[in-house]
Write a protein that binds this ligand. Sequence first.
Ligand code: ATP
Ligand code: MG
Length: 415
Amino acid sequence: MRQSNLFTKTRKLAPKDEVSKNAQLLIRAGFIHKEMAGVYSYLPLGRVVLEKIERIVRDEMNKIGGQEIKMATLHPSEPWKQTGAWDNVDVVFKILSRTEKEYTIGQSEEEIATPIAQEYITSYKDLPLALYQIGQKYRDELRAKSGIMRGREFTMKDMYSFHETQEDFDRFYHTAKEAYLRVYERCGLVAKATEASGGAFTTKLSYEFMVLTDAGEDDILYCDKCSYCVNAEISDSKAGGGCTRCNIGSLARAKASEVGNIFDLGTKYAKDFDFTYKNRDGKNVHPIMGCFGIGITRLMGVIVEACSDEKGIVWPKEVSPFAVHLIAITGGNKDIIAEADRLYELLVDNGIDVLFDDRDTRAGEKFADADLIGISTRLIISEKTMTEGSVEMISRVDGVSTMIPDSEVIRRLTD
Ligand code: ATP
Ligand code: MG
C-alpha cells in the first residue's frame, strides 16, 4: 500500500483522557479510533493487525480439531434465563425492543453454542466436538480505562468443547493449552498458564494465560525456575516463598494481563438445556463441556504494552501490520523516486506485504512516523544507497542496519 493513500495520519499527542500506553500509541499511530470509553473502531492498520492475530488463532485452533462457526450476536433472552446468567451475570447487556421483547448481545456464548451442539450430538460417536468462533463480545464493564485491554465491546475467540469423559476433557485441555502457548509465542509474547478458581457457575478448576505487564489488572506469583504460576488472589503462597512444584525456584510477584482462559464447565450447561446423548451402554447421559477463550483485542493491547519503546510500537514479525516499510528519501530527485517506485512494484509482485512511504515529506518526519507505526522491517532508498546499488535494511526491534545489494533484496525478505 502507498502511504500517500492511507487516509489516517499520525499525531504527536495522545488524547488527554487516554491513560493507557496501548491506547495512546495506537491512537497516535492511527490504528484505532475511540468512540467512547471501552469502545474503539479499528482503522486500516489496526484492522490488519487484528486480522493477523486472528489468523494465528484460527490456524492453531484448526490444528487441534476446532470447527469454526459464526454464532449470532443478538440473542433471545430465554436461554440466558434458562442458565441463570440473565439474573446473575452483572456484565450482561439487556435490551428491550419497542414491542417489549427482551434480548441480549453476546458477552460469552455458552447459551447459543450448547443448543447448537445439542441438535447434532445424539450418540457418543458424535463426541468429542469443539466449536469455535472469532467475533465481537459486549460487556457492561464498570471500569474501562485500559484502552483496548478492557473494552465494553471487544473481539474474542471463544471455543466450546463437548466430551464423553473427564479424561477426554483433560486430554483436550492439555492439547489446547499447548496450542494457546503457541498462539502467544507467535504473537511475540511469553505467556504463563496459571491455575485459578473456576467461574461463576462451576467449582471446577480453570486455567488462565497470563502475560507479565505492568498494565495488567491481575497479580500473579510465578516460579523463577519452572513454569509454575498462580493467581495471587486465590493462593496461599507468598512472594519469596519456595516453589512447591519444582522445589528449586522461589516465587516472584508481578502484574499480569489475562490473555486467555480455559474453564472446565462440567455438566452445568448440558443440564440447563436438558442435553443428553446415548453413551456406549445405551444410557442417556450429559456430555462434559469446556470453554476456551482468547481475548483477541486484549492480546493486541498487551503486545503494544510489551513491545514498544519511547519512539513507538515495535510489532513482532508475525503480527506486524506490514512485513516491510519501504521509505523513499528522495529530496525530490526523480531518479530516486523512480527507483523507489520500481522496488515497490517488485516487492508487490513478489507477494511481499509492503507499506511504501511515497509521501512528499521530510526524512525526519518519515522516520518518526515509521518508528511510531512500528513495522518490524524497514527498507530505505536514498541518494547514498542509490550510488552504492543497494538498499538499507533496518530492524525496528534492535535498530541494526544492513546494506543489501539490490539483487538480493527479495531473497533476504523471503528467506
Ligand atoms: P477478566 O477477568 O479480565 O475480566 P474474564 O475472566 O471475564 O476476564 P472471560 O470471560 O473468560 O474473561 O473471557 C475470555 C478472554 O477474553 C479473557 O481471558 C480476556 O483475554 C478477554 N476479555 C475478557 N473481558 C474483556 C474485556 N472487557 N475487554 C477485552 N478483553 C476481554
Ligand atoms: Mg471479566
